[in-house]
Design a protein around this ligand. Structure first.
Ligand code: CO
Length: 203
């Protein structure tokens, strides 16, 4: 394992589309483990291969529930929308609000060649979208919502989330929708990974 050199800011590779991976060989496996090491070293929650200068469709994510390595990831469904702060290891001096789906389901191939599916909620959904964008040469700084605008959207969003959470928590007990005045606490991020199909030798 080795820490790879990151690409930053206006490096043109960050704006290029990455190519599909057709063979999971030792180079891809080494790249994946190096990317995880690089991501942990820089305390990120996700990293895409173009960020270490490799234009292949490979991303790694760890939102605190263990690493996920995704080859040729594709979003198959998404739901809702959340505005929240986002950052990127390739833009260390830049952060900002970005609108992303609240729920995302993505399919991908894992390092063993199995066809897998992951369901992400909140931060994991955000990370999946952010990293797949990198594979398409898209960077979050182009999607930022101005701070003043985001500040206006967030109280309403938090009210809605509190309401939804309250429904989930209390509907079975009292059958009523009570919104408490307590501060909204984000639900735990969902990380559900499933193997859809075992790998085949030609992959
Ligand atoms: Co990024």
């Amino acid at each position: 394992m080795a820490i790879r050199k990151l690409r930053y800011n206006d490096d043109p590779i960050l704006r290029k589309r990455a190519r599909e991976i057709t063979e999971i060989n030792d180079r891809i496996k080494t790249l994946a483990s190096d990317m995880l090491e690089t991501m942990y070293h820089d305390e990120g929650v996700g990293l895409a291969a173009p960020q270490v200068g490799i234009l292949r469709r490979l991303i790694v994510i760890d939102v605190g529930q263990g690493p996920i390595t995704m080859i040729n990831p594709v979003i198959v469904s998404q739901k809702g929308s959340i505005v929240d702060i986002e950052g990127c290891l390739s833009f260390p001096d830049d952060g900002g609000y970005v609108e992303r789906p609240e729920y995302v389901t993505a399919q991908y191939t894992d390092l063993e060649g199995r066809h897998c599916e992951v369901k992400g909620h909140m931060l994991l959904a955000r990370a999946i979208c952010h990293e797949i964008d990198h594979l398409n040469g898209e960077v979050f700084i182009d999607k930022k919502i101005p701070n003043e605008e985001a500040q206006k959207m967030i109280p309403k969003q938090n009210e809605r989330l509190a309401r939804e959470q309250n429904k989930t928590v209390h509907s079975s007990e009292s059958g009523r929708d009570e919104v408490t005045s307590e501060a909204y606490e984000a639900p735990a991020d969902l990380q559900e990974v499933a193997v859809i199909e075992e790998g085949t030798d030609h992959e």
